[in-house]
Each structure stands twice: as C-alpha cells, then as structure tokens.
Ligand binder design. Sequence first.
Ligand code: HEM
Ligand SMILES: *[C@@H]1O[C@H](CO)[C@@H](O)[C@H](O)[C@H]1NC(C)=O
Length: 501
Amino acid sequence: MQLTLRTMLLFLWEKAPLQTLLLLSVFLLILAQYLQRRRQHLNYPPGPSGLSRVGYFKMDFKNNHTVLQKFFREYGNIFCTYAGNRTFVMVSGLPLIKEVLVNQDQVFIDRPELPIISHVFKTFGLVMSNGQDWKQQRRFALMTLRNFGLGKKTLEDRIREETRYLTEAIEEEKGQPFDPHFQINNAVSNIICSITFGHRFDYHDSQFREMLKTLDDIMLLQARWECQLFNIVPGIMKFLPGPHQRSFREWKKLESFVKHVIKQHKEDLNPDETRDFIDAYLKEMSKENIHSSFHEENLVFCTLDLFLAGTETTSTTLRWALLYMALYPEIQGKIQAEIDRVVGQSRQPTMADKENMPYTNAAIHEVQRMGNIIPFNVPRVATVDTTVAGYHVPKGSILFTNLTALNRDPNEWATPETFNPEHFLENGQFKKREAFLPFSIGKRVCLGEQLARTELFLFLTCLLQKFKFQAPPNTQLTPNIRYSATLSPASYQICALSRVM
Ligand code: HEM
Ligand SMILES: *[C@@H]1O[C@H](CO)[C@@H](O)[C@H](O)[C@H]1NC(C)=O
C-alpha cells in the first residue's frame, strides 16, 4: 500500500510538480479551514483567513516579504497564521519582543520541531535540543568555550594570528578585484575549528574547502520552497526527490567529516591534556552517569552546531562589513583615522583598544543592524498555553520575533534605511541601544555572542588597518541580498588596496 502511494506521488511529482503542489495546497487549505472552525471560539491573535493564506505560502517560499508586509500593517504587532495543524505567531516591536523573550522566557524556552532540521539532528545538538539535555549541553559548551580562551588572552591571540593569514591571502590579490567570500569564510571558521577540533585549516586545504562549500550549499538549500514544504508535510516530501534530499546528502558529508575528526581524537586522547572541545567532551562522556546526555551521537551534533553557527553568521556579517566599507568610503576613512590614532601601524589592534574606538565599535553595530542576517530570529515554541498582548497563544505555537521590523523601526532609529554609525553614538561616545538584538535576548540568547563580538572587532580592525576596500573600477556596488538560511550579501567583487606605504 505504502509503495503504491509512494509510486503515485513520485509519478505526480515528476510529471507535474506545480499541479502536485497546488493539489497539496488545496488539501492543506481545507485542513486549515477545518481547524480554524475549531479555533473560532478562542481568542487567538488576528491573522489572515481563507484564500489569502495561500498568499502566505507563496510569500514564504519565494522569500518575498511584500505579502506579509500587508498582513503586518493590517494586524499590528502580533498576528498568527496556520500551516497544516501548526500555529505560527509573529511578534514585532521592542515591548512585545521583550515580553515573549524575557518576561515569558520560561514559556518560550524550547525550540519547535522543524522536520527539515530534525531529520538530520534528531533531538541532539545545541541549537534545536530541548529540556534537560539542552540545559546540560549548553552549560557544558559555555564552560568549555570559556576554558579554551573566551574572554582570555589566548583566544585573542588565535584571532590575531588568523588575521595575519587572512591579510597575507588578501595581499596576494594585489589590489585586483576579487570575491572575498571564501577567504573570510575560512578565516572565521578557523577560530571555532581551533576551539572544537584543536587546529586551523590552511586556505589551500582542498578537503576543508569542500566542507565550507558544503556548508554554504546547505544554507542556500534551506531557503528553497521544497525544504519549507518538508517542514509542513515531511511524511509526503520524504518520498519525493528535490533540494531537500540534496540537503540531507550534504549534511551527511559534514557529519562524516566531524565523525572522522572525533575518531582521530579518540585514538590519541591524552588523559593529562585536554586540547579542545572534543577532548573535553570525550572526557565528560567517560564519567559514569546513566542520565547523562553526553554520548557520541550528541558529540557529533554539538560539534556540528558549533562549527555551523560559529562559521556562517560571523562570516556573513564580515562580508556585509566590507561591502558597506566600500559603499561608504567616508565612514571607512573615519574608522581608519581612529585606528591610526589609537593603534597606529606598528602593532595589531587588541580588545583593550575597543573602548578607545567608539566610532569603529558603532560602525560594527551598524553593520549588524543593516545586515539583519537572521530576520525572524531562531524560532521558539510555547511550552504551555499562554497570553500575549491579551491574545490566547496555545501550547505548541511556533514563535517568530520580527528582528527586521526592530532593525528598521522608525521609532528607534533616526535613519532606519541608511547605513549610519551615528545611531550608536552620543557626543562622540558609544551608545548602547536596547533595540539592537541581533544575538536575540533571554535564556536562549546566542551562545557565541561574546566570541562573535571579539571576532568582528579584531578581524575588521586588522583588515582596515592594512587595507582600503573599494569597488572595482567602473563598477557600482549595491547591497543586494542573497536569500539563504541567513540574509547574506549577493556575491560581489571588491578591491583591497594596501594602506601601508
Ligand atoms: C554575528 C554573529 C552571530 C549572530 C548574529 C548570531 C545570532 C544568533 C541568534 C539570533 C540565535 C538565536 C537565539 C534565540 O533563540 O534567542 C543564536 C543562537 C545560537 N548561536 Fe549564534 N550568532 C552569531 C555567532 C555565533 C557564534 C560565533 C557561535 C559559536 C559558538 C554561535 C552559536 C550559537 C548557538 C550554539 C546557538 C543556539 C543557542 C541555544 O539554542 O541555546 N553563534 N545565534
Ligand atoms: C517584519 O517587519 C518588516 C518591517 O516592518 C515588515 O516589512 C515585514 O512584513 C514583517 N514580517 C513579518 C513576517 O511580520
């Protein structure tokens, strides 16, 4: 029976994917209509109903924000929508975002099950795990990151050493146009790799290049509508070919890379020396504890999570930074003037310089605000029935917080659509802004925030100390977006002119 259903679906999919999709949509719509009727007596947040919901799907798959924009205007700071039997709640505006992520942090502490991810990670890792397991893993990861140099001199040294490699690689471009994507990706990744795997990878290491390419492919595949549809009807989609299947194959590559590294660590584990995160984890595993979530499968996925989260986000932010530097040469000039004044050319910048460099610090914050790389935050789920802004939000609702709206809120920013470091300055001093939440907030706040901030400051100041970034001759750069799991800049070419005479 299952086989015939599968064959039929495959046949439909291959002969007429669009018609099959329409058929599926109609089915979902009828289901949603039925569920809606059951919800009507409850005080749910407002949201689109009937046919306009098809518009929601269309928007989500194509990453076209316009349809949602209309809903947003219509429904205000909280609205909900349904897909299949799931309720999605979207919250906007600083007061409500703080209400759900801070005041109700216990209610929204868990991640929802997203089939496209849980198909690979099951319930393991740091980012998507829940409950006691998540608590144990998060505490351990934070402690281990700290032991391997977070907030200490050693980590700064690692990053400064890496910037020397990066500077050399960029010098090899000799001021000619080049796409900095790969070098930046590798340099950033090397920091988390040296913490988790115990060493960095040479920029010419073809196997590691392949891993970074795989990671990038996965990020791009996540934005495809087939992967979104997998989240809604995994039972059907798992029988159908498409980019979701490719993403699973790519995940396998990363998984076996990590497994290989773990195997090597097990072979040369030294009881007297803990070299890195994997060593620390292996030692934790050997402790007797039957309720422990520390086992080899979890080690694989925690390592993968750190590798992933530690590479993609920071590297994307740095690529936005270089692009904005080239787009706003005066701002770049002011940062360089500050570097020359505070650091000079004879030594590398350090974290201790940061407090004397308010302009640079403000510009980095502004890159993160404009870059807006995680537009709807990482989703949470309501663990119990709750009330938000007077509306009933049932247990199981998937919560998104609209960070785009926060980053572009005209009530918070003087020039919301324009790159302007003054947003974070007051009388020449750095000014913290409450509406700046790229790392989110609350108990599940980004685990790598401090690491990311250190990397962003050191990489950017070291690069701007040595190079002036500008558009290639006769080329107009534009801040176009590439839609993937994060919002990254569309690939661009840039020239890095040496500043050192
Ligand atoms: C510019 C760089 C970064 C940005 C913008 C960023 C942003 C975020 C955001 C928005 C979340 C979701 C938090 C929430 O649900 O409230 C998150 C979670 C996370 N981030 Fe980052 N992140 C960055 C860098 C890093 C780095 C370098 C690491 C490496 C250690 C990292 C590791 C994680 C992990 C493990 C989580 C999951 C935490 C949990 O669920 O408990 N991130 N990040
Ligand atoms: C998020 O906020 C932006 C900016 O206000 C808006 O254009 C967009 O429609 C909102 N998205 C959702 C899903 O609410």
